[in-house]
Design a protein around this ligand. Structure first.
Ligand code: GDP
Ligand code: MG
Length: 164
């Protein structure tokens, strides 16, 4: 079966936008996956001749602030259990948050390959100073991405593919 790449992160960091950007450009089929909870959306994605399954784990239902961390942990655990590579999406506009740190520790402990996507880096060229703060998550070199514009998404996929 195809390697699974799961996208996790806080609400509003741009997980679904990233997912759509990655899937949209190279999409082949929408996976019909009976039994999969409706907050997990799968797409098949082809990049440099290799096919993977992408999953947006973020959920479609709004939930209250006090549920955010437990929901993030749940999604991260699902990704740890099922994915081959995990993309943790963070937001350069909000910087590193406590919830980012919590999930980063969880992912790091799992030993799964994690690729850190610093989203909303909309300007091309040298990343702004805030970008370097994300090294503190201890997940290796962050990758600056703009899911809206598509900048950095090729580098992001290359980093994911280096683990599969
Ligand atoms: P999710 O909750 O993590 O799935 O986040 P969404 O994909 O729904 O995006 C949340 C908001 O962030 C939306 O208003 C998006 O348009 C915006 N957004 C997502 N990616 C980017 C980006 O690369 N740059 C900017 N400026 N906004 C973005
Ligand atoms: Mg979403």
């Amino acid at each position: 079966s195809k390697p699974l790449i799961a996208i996790v992160g806080r609400p509003n960091v741009g997980k679904s936008t990233l997912f759509n950007k990655l899937a949209g450009a190279r999409i082949s089929i929408v996976q019909d996956t009976p039994g999969v909870t409706r907050d997990r959306i799968y797409y098949e994605c082809e990049w440099r001749g290799k096919t993977v399954m992408l999953v947006d784990t973020g959920g479609i239902e709004p939930y209250s602030d006090d549920q955010i961390l437990s929901q993030m942990r749940r999604q991260a655990q699902l990704a740890i259990d099922s994915a081959d590579v995990i993309i943790l999406v963070v937001d350069i506009q909000s910087g590193v948050t406590a919830n980012d740190q919590d999930v980063a520790v969880m992912l790091q402990k799992s030993g799964k390959p994690v690729v850190l996507a610093v989203n909303k880096a909309d300007r091309l060229g040298e990343p702004p100073p805030e970008f370097y703060e994300f090294y503190n998550l201890g997940l290796g070199d962050p990758i600056a991405v703009s899911s809206v514009h598509g900048h950095g998404t090729g580098d992001l996929l290359d980093a994911c593919y280096s683990h599969i």
